[in-house]
Design a protein around this ligand. Structure first.
Ligand code: A2P
Length: 290
C-alpha cells in the first residue's frame, strides 16, 4: 500500500490516489470499485465539476472496504464560491457522495476576486470546524493567492493541488507551500490527456512518449507512466493519476518495487519547459459568480 503524508490538519493522506476527471458516473463507479477492491487504492480524487460524485458514492457504498479506510477528496466549483453558496454546495457534494464527511474539501480555482476567495475560505474553515471535512485546501493557487490566506490568519490550506509534472515542476509554489506547511498535490501528473490540451496555453501530452522518460522506463523495465509517478513520489508530492482502464489503474499503483536514482531524477528535471496542459490560474474565471 502507498505511503501516507501527514497534513497540517493532523490527518494523513495516501500519497498516491486515483483521479477521475472526464469519467462518467458509470465509468467512475467501475474504476473506483476496481481501484479499491482489486488494485489497493485508498484515495479517490473527484470534484463537483466532474459530475461523477454519485459514481464515487455508489462505489464507496458497494465496496467491502470500510469508508474510514478510504480517503475521499472533492472540490467546490467556481459558481459556488462565496460563504452561503459554498456551505450549500458542500452539502450537495456530501449527499451525492453518500457520505457523512469527506477527508479533503478543496476550492477548485482561485478566481480573480480576492474578497470572494476570503468569504469562500471562511465557509471552508467552518466546514472543517464541524468535522464534516477532515481537512480543507485549495487548488491552482499561486503563491500570491496563498498569501491572501496567510495574511488573513487562521486556518491555512492543508494542500494546494496544482498542475504539476516534469514539464511544469512548480518550484515557486512548492517552495512557498513548504514554508507554510502546505502539502502539494499534482494534477495531470502524467502530463494530461493524450488527445488534446484544453487551456488557452495548452499543448497535447508529450510526456508519456518523451524519449528521456521512455529511456528511463526501459532501464527499469517499467512503463513511462510508472516512471513519472515515481518522480512525483520521490519529490514528496501527492499524486493522483487518472485512468478508467483496469490494466492502467493497476499499473499506476505498481510503483513500489523500484526507485529512480539521482541520475534518473536529474534527467527528468531537464524536461522543465513551463508547458501547461491546463489553464493558467490567473486566466481561469469560468463560472465565476457575477
Ligand atoms: P485513460 O483514462 O483512458 O487510461 P493525467 O493523470 O496526467 O491527467 O493523465 C491521464 C491520462 O493518461 C488519461 O488520458 C489516461 O487515459 C492516460 N493514462 C493513465 N494511466 C496511463 C498509463 N499507465 N499509461 C498510459 N496512459 C495512461
Amino acid at each position: 500500500t502507498p505511503p501516507t503524508i501527514t497534513l497540517n490538519s493532523g490527518t494523513t493522506i495516501p500519497q498516491l490516489g486515483l483521479g477521475v476527471w472526464q469519467a462518467t458516473n458509470d465509468e467512475t463507479e467501475r474504476a473506483v470499485r476496481y481501484a479499491i477492491d482489486e488494485a489497493g487504492y485508498r484515495h479517490i480524487d473527484t470534484a463537483a465539476a466532474y459530475g461523477n460524485e454519485e459514481g464515487v458514492g455508489r462505489a464507496l457504498a458497494a465496496s467491502p472496504v470500510p469508508r474510514e479506510d478510504i480517503f475521499v477528496t472533492t472540490k467546490l466549483w467556481n459558481s459556488d464560491q462565496g460563504y452561503e453558496p459554498a456551505l450549500k454546495a458542500f452539502d450537495t457534494s456530501l449527499k451525492k457522495l453518500g457520505t457523512e464527511y469527506v477527508d479533503l474539501y478543496l476550492i477548485h480555482w482561485p478566481l480573480q476576486d480576492r474578497e470572494r476567495i476570503l468569504r469562500t475560505w471562511d465557509a471552508l474553515e467552518k466546514i472543517a470546524e464541524s468535522g464534516r471535512a477532515k481537512a480543507v485546501g485549495v487548488c491552482n493557487f499561486e503563491p500570491h493567492h496563498l498569501q491572501v490566506l496567510v495574511d488573513r490568519g487562521g486556518l491555512l490550506p492543508a494542500v494546494d493541488q496544482v498542475e504539476l509534472h516534469p514539464h511544469l515542476p512548480q518550484q515557486g509554489i512548492r517552495r512557498f507551500a513548504s514554508e507554510h506547511g502546505i502539502a502539494v498535490e499534482s494534477w495531470s501528473p502524467l502530463g494530461g490527456t493524450s488527445n488534446s490540451g484544453w487551456g488557452p496555453n495548452s499543448k497535447p501530452n508529450t510526456l508519456l512518449v518523451d524519449p528521456i522518460v521512455t529511456r528511463i522506463a526501459d532501464r527499469h523495465s517499467k512503463s513511462a507512466a510508472q516512471v513519472l509517478i515515481r518522480w512525483h513520489l520521490q519529490n514528496g508530492l501527492i499524486v493522483i493519476p487518472k485512468s478508467v482502464h483496469e490494466q492502467r489503474i493497476s499499473q499506476n499503483i505498481d510503483v513500489f518495487d523500484f526507485e529512480l536514482d539521482e541520475l534518473d531524477l536529474s534527467e527528468l528535471d531537464t524536461l522543465d519547459d513551463g508547458t501547461r496542459v491546463g489553464a493558467h490560474p490567473d486566466e481561469m474565471n469560468i463560472g465565476a459568480p457575477a
